[in-house]
Design a protein around this ligand. Structure first.
Ligand SMILES: [Zn+2]
Length: 178
């Protein structure tokens, strides 16, 4: 079960109809609440616009900032920019229908909504499938070159493990002597 510090709860009971603005921040500790945890650090700001009508709430979340993740290519950690716009509908009904994830059903006498899980999912959904160091202005990769060389050596080594590679044997012997 996740811990819940209440930081991402909005009190809806007594909230006037119309537009309301909220601001949240998401730091590194946020992701410690979840078991799937690829994100090692975070510095994110969330601007929420909430529109309340008698039947529903419409929430627009603008997520912007950086998350620290591991590069899929060189395995170093780096700061990845995140920027996403998300909409969430909340309907008041005591008989929720299961018609997709974009609509959250709340009982009519619910006093507050907790956005923690939604924020977590929105951040994860905004991440690219392949997370790689961005290129520098001159177009060069900003990956850890030394690490890439080591990884290449390692994958060559694995590939030739079952083959007799005399060069590799020589290298191993040389290492043993040394
Ligand atoms: Zn990299």
């Amino acid at each position: 079960m996740e811990k819940d510090d209440g930081k991402y709860r909005i009190r809806i009971n007594g909230l006037k109809e119309g537009i309301h603005f909220f601001e949240f921040s998401v730091g590194s500790d946020f992701f410690e609440n979840f078991s799937k945890n690829e994100i090692k650090q975070a510095n994110i700001r969330i601007d929420l616009t909430l529109n309340k009508t008698p039947q529903h709430l419409e929430l627009e979340l603008n997520i912007a900032g950086t998350v620290g993740v591991m590069c899929d290519k060189c395995l170093d950690d780096f700061d990845l920019m995140v920027n996403s716009h998300n909409v969430l509908f909340v309907k008041f009904s005591d008989h929720p229908q299961n018609n997709g994830n974009e609509v959250l059903f709340l009982s009519k006498d619910e006093e507050e909504i907790n956005l923690m899980q939604n924020i977590y999912e929105f951040i994860y959904l905004s991440l690219p499938l392949r997370k790689v160091h961005p290129n520098e202005k001159n177009g060069n990769s900003s990956c850890n070159i030394e690490m890439l060389k080591k990884l290449e050596l390692f994958s060559n080594q694995k590939r030739s493990e079952n083959k007799t590679d005399s060069r590799w044997d020589k290298l191993k012997n040389w290492k043993n002597i040394k």
